[in-house]
Ligand binder design. Structure first.
Ligand SMILES: [Zn+2]
Length: 344
């Protein structure tokens, strides 16, 4: 397929098929802007990009920055959910909060973008398991157990090596979380867990899990990425990995310019390990927080410049000879199948 044909076909595929991004810090950005007085932030700042790529579903994290930990973590998570409801009132008919795949289908049929909620670190519930149920009732369905720091559930993996004491896996509380998640019908996300924690999830939890925004450690050697063995075990139980566009997780630190082609190398690698059905989008677009995220000064953050540019990632898959069924699965089909199986 020529450069031009692939791009054109990718645009058509985005228009005609289900497109899902499994990780975006949308509500963190929205809350920060609303607290400065802005309104209709999603409609003004995010909808144009999402529409350019015909995105149907975004899983928004409830990410809490270090500066709010621990006392304000619960308040921040609740404020993010409140912000989404305010935004839905301010922009009626454009997007909605969904709790299962039937609600996603209904929202999309109305022409709305569906937002799902997921923790990115269980810091907001502290060590109070009963709060997990409350967040479930508020519509949260995903549980990223940790961000890149320690909480009551487990140790997170740092982006770069830091000076720290010995790491552990899941705590006793973390094990209770796994059981309660299963009882409630919430899914587990292993992105940001350290290797000990991933091992514990595989040993202590028998349901499917995802890595919403993690790449291959064989290609970009950072702790945030999964080893080949972890990828195989994730796939064995029906899990899916979202491809993270953040450059430090895509290529070696001395590669100066990272592009969507480098991210496609990760898809090639996963496919060679475990075949189709285990890869999706989990772009984690971060360019707008570059002033305070600690990812090293020498790199661009996002190797794909926003949702509009994600079509080029799809085009690159077509150029590499991926069949359209495989591409549909990567664009959203594999994550949709996972969600049907876990949250209903
Ligand atoms: Zn993250």
């Amino acid at each position: 397929m020529t450069m031009h044909d692939a791009r054109k076909r990718a645009e058509e595929l985005h228009r005609e098929n289900f497109v899902l991004d499994a990780h975006f810090d949308l509500l963190t950005f929205v809350l920060d802007k609303r607290q400065k007085g802005e309104k209709s932030v999603i409609e003004k700042d995010y909808l144009p990009g999402l529409r350019a790529a015909n995105v149907d579903v975004v899983i928004s994290s409830l990410f809490v920055s270090d500066r709010f930990i621990p006392e304000m973590a619960l308040r921040r998570a609740l404020d993010m959910i409140a912000a989404l409801h305010e935004e839905m009132t301010e922009s009626p008919g454009l997007f909605s909060l969904c709790r299962n795949t039937a609600e996603i289908a209904a929202a999309n049929a109305r022409g709305e973008i569906a937002f799902l909620l997921s923790f990115e670190g269980l810091d907001p519930i502290g060590n109070d398991l009963s709060l997990l149920r409350v967040f479930y009732e508020l519509g949260v369905r995903g549980i990223g157990l940790v961000w890149s720091r320690r909480n009551y559930v487990a140790d997170g993996c740092f982006f770069d090596p830091v000076k720290e004491g010995r790491k552990g896996g899941l705590t006793a509380f973390g094990v209770q979380v796994l059981d309660e998640a299963k009882r409630l019908g919430m899914y587990i996300d292993i992105s940001h867990l350290n290797d000990e924690g991933v091992e514990d999830v595989f040993a202590l939890y028998d349901g499917p899990v995802i890595a919403s925004h993690s790449n291959c450690r064989a290609l970009a050697p950072v702790m945030r990425n999964l080893t080949d063995d972890q990828i195989s075990r994730l796939a064995e139980r029906g899990g899916v990995m979202g491809m993270n566009a953040c450059s430090v997780f895509v290529a070696d630190p001395d590669v100066k310019t990272v592009t969507e082609r480098d991210l496609c190398d990760h898809v090639d690698h996963i496919r060679s390990l475990v075949g189709d059905g285990h890869v999706g989008f989990g772009f984690d677009f971060c360019d707008e927080i570059r002033d305070f995220a600690a990812l090293g000064p020498h790199r661009e953050y996002d190797c794909i410049k926003g949702y509009g540019a994600s079509v080029e990632f799809t085009a690159e898959l077509l150029r590499r000879g991926y069949g359209e069924d495989a591409v549909r699965s990567i664009m959203g089909g594999s994550f949709l199948a996972f969600l049907k199986q876990t949250i209903g």
